[in-house]
Structure formats: C-alpha cells, structure tokens
Design a protein around this ligand. Sequence first.
Ligand SMILES: C[S@@+](CC[C@H](N)C(=O)[O-])C[C@H]1O[C@@H](n2cnc3c(N)ncnc32)[C@H](O)[C@@H]1O
Length: 248
Amino acid sequence: MATSILINKIMLPDKKQWKEDFLKSEMFDKLKHISIAIRVATPFQIITWDFDRAGRNFKKPIKVYTPRERHIHQGRLTLSSFYMLDYIVKNTKQYPIIDIGCGMNLFKSIYPIIGLDDDPRADIQGLFDEKFMEAHREEFSAAIAINSLHFIHLNQIQYIIEQLSHIIQPNGLGYITFNMQRLIDVTNEVDPEFIISKKLDSKLNLRKYVFDKVYSICDNLELLYYEDNVDEVDDYVDGNIKIIFKKT
Ligand SMILES: C[S@@+](CC[C@H](N)C(=O)[O-])C[C@H]1O[C@@H](n2cnc3c(N)ncnc32)[C@H](O)[C@@H]1O
C-alpha cells in the first residue's frame, strides 16, 4: 500500500522515532486512561496502538458517536492524526486551535484545542457554516478539520478549504483531511453522472482530480503538505487525503 506524499515543504519527524517518544509521553498516558474509561462497557482486549488505517473489521456494531470512538471501543487507537497534530500545535504561536467537527473531542484532552460540533461533547455547539465563518473571521491562529468537512461533492473541495481558511489568521496553519470514499459517496448521491462524465472511475484520475483541485486553492494559501493514501479508498478515521496549508 503506497502512501504518496505529493507536496512536502515541512519537516515532519521520523515516524518510528516519533511513535517511540509518543508512547512514552504523558500525553499518551492520558489518552490511555481516557480510552480505558470509554471502553469500560466493553470486554477487555489487547490494545494495539499504531498508525493503522481504519479497517472494516468490527465484530459487531457499537452505538457510539464517531468512527474514532468506535475504534477505541474496539481497543484501537490510530496515531496518524496525533502525529500530524503535533506538528500543527508546535508550529502555532497562539492557542486555542479550533477543531472543526471535533466529535468526541479527544484531541482537546492533550492539545490546546477547542472543539466545534453539534456533538454534546463539543466546546462550541453548532456547525461550521457561513454564519460561523462570518462570526469568527481570522480569529484562530490554526484550524483543523479531520474527516469532518468531507461530506461534500468532489467539486467543492477548493471551496471548503477556502471556507476553513477564512477563520484562520494570516500566517496561521490549517490541517484538513478527507476520506476519499465520503467524497465519492456524496458526489454519487447528489450528482450520479459526475464521476462517470468526468472519467473519475479510475483511481489514478480520481487522485489527480482531487490533487489538482487542492493544488489550485486560492493565492493566499500556501500548500505545505499533501499526502494521499487512497489505494484503499475508505479511511474513515484519519482520512486518506491529508493537507496542511498556511494562510499567507
Ligand atoms: C468522522 S467524525 C470525525 C470526528 C473527529 N474530527 C475525529 O477525528 O475524531 C465527523 C464529525 O464531523 C462533524 N461534522 C460534520 N459536518 C460538520 C460541520 N459542518 N460543522 C461541524 N461539525 C461537522 C460530525 O458531527 C461528526 O462529529
């Protein structure tokens, strides 16, 4: 399974070393405690903490709020979002960072983050929409949206990144991820002819289409990092398209 990093203008740490350090950190201890508390209702099983992508291997459906929480119930915690967020947090001067679509608000427990969602565990109850954007123009020095703003048509990719950028201060960072499968699902639902008519039924063309869209985001956004890992199209926890941009 190949991960393609198509743009990389930043220095991310070596994954193996980062993982070793993270597993020894107080942050990880905290996550472990939270995870174990959440899992109290389910039988104990060996916990794996890794970079794994999401996989459809659940034994039974569990009624919880988000895929990440479902994973925790299964005794799994993927590390890739923490790995990316470490970079965002370390390269942001002013806190809090806003987490759009925070779901269970797990990142807040270890990072200086406030979450927006209609989930009861969010700090700000509500949705990211034009009204929110107008009310919070350039308020945050960084904003993240992990698999939360991807319930959109494929042709809205640029639009959503630009919307997110409006709440970020100049020189601030944005981190947004998409699960390619969600984009495909929504596109097919609202516009059944689109994928065929644009010849996006081959993975290569689809990757290229999404990359081109992101690459041509507006002039005041610099694309710092673009990773696509869509050989398996469905990564519903951390996303298989990961984008870091800077508002210039
Ligand atoms: C797949 S979950 C991801 C949760 C979290 N970001 C994480 O990585 O664990 C998607 C979340 O996005 C939220 N969401 C979807 N559209 C949103 C919007 N327009 N504004 C705020 N939250 C949104 C949903 O309520 C849900 O909690």
